[in-house]
Design a protein around this ligand. Sequence first.
Ligand SMILES: [Zn+2]
Length: 456
Amino acid sequence: MAQLHFFGATHQVTGSQHLLELADGTRILVDCGTDMELFRKRNKELFITDPVTIDVVILTHAHIDHTGLLPLLVENGFDGPVYCTHATYQLVRILLRDAARLNVRKFGKKRMKPADYYDEKMVERIWDQFITVDFSIKHPLGNSNSFVFHPNGHLLGAAAITITWTEQNKVKSILFSGDIGHNDDPLLEDPEIPGGMDFMVCESTYGGRYHEDIGNAEEIILRMIRETCVDQPGRLIVPASSVGRTQVFLYLFNRLRRAGDLPPIPVFTDSPLARKSTAIYEDFRPYLNDTAREFGDDHGSLFDFDQVTYIADMDSAEQIQNYHEPCIILTSSGMVSGGKSEDHVLMNLQNPFCTILFIGFCAEGTLGHSLLQGRSSIRLGRELTPVNARIARTDALSGHADHNGLLEYVNIQKPDKLKKIFLVHGETGSMRQLADSLSQNGFHTEIPQRNESFTI
Ligand SMILES: [Zn+2]
């Protein structure tokens, strides 16, 4: 019998690490992500299993909550292959190098470094272990096991993974959903959903939540710009992940600009990785949807237009703060948990002419989450800072499927064949609401605890 172990993203949205141990002894780690909750709690038990005993790592996508511990897995003895798609490999390279740079900046001079510390040299040691595999190609894992990547619409290169193995002459299969995107993403194809699975590990970020304004992305952006930067002399701050949502935003800005609808307002892209990741999106244009590809072919570039300035400077937030004309600021991270977006948001919290527009999920404990709760003031150190800026949100640019999208993703399976769905990558309330709906549709669900194992 195979065993499935859950090492992270249990009752929370970060730290994806799931180990599948097949009957022939092959040990496959799906994702190896940074766990922000453990990081905050200063619990440094990074790996529940000995990295030396893992045979293979397979990555769903490049985001750091799915890949951020890879350098430490290798440092602690993992020497097997790391499989991912071509685009994921290119994005992981810039994301892990950036994570290492941030580590060095934060801890480089301190004698005592945290256990989850890695530097740029450690990151450079892992690339030889990467093997890229294209979507829809059946790749063998030993004699009778294999895996396939299926595009899932969350991010360039992002995939769901099916793993198939033979046990007592019976073929068994499991689907790891990764982070599931939604249909009609401005840049990506709709998720491809493989059916006929025996087991499934499914994300649940937006369980119990519904995207209200999906499909109106350009209209919503334009309205926000007009209300903030045209009707008044304000600034629109959009916290967005450097890889993924920033490209969606730039693409939509570019479409509005080419259509003559975008007011002539400067757009500052202040996230260290934005330019590099945008170049990778251009390189992988054939992986984008038809509309985006055609737009890129017609205009030469998907993302570049004359109103955009990329900023890579360390003190960029202060420089932009001294710019007194209306402007739009795209900045990471999306949850406002450290990074440049925290500088911009904190500098503008008291500015009544500022709108902070949230476009993605903000986990509990982040500044983004606090602001979305509608708090009138935020405690910074000993001081309470009033929130005079307008706080807005839209789901139109989300990289995740909502409750209905998740149900649609699972409903393609047959309840009498699919023996169990394990819910991960969500907060407890979201997981329970999704589990309830799936049960009503005849599916059996399980919400694993950290370090819990199941025979499948
Ligand atoms: Zn992701």
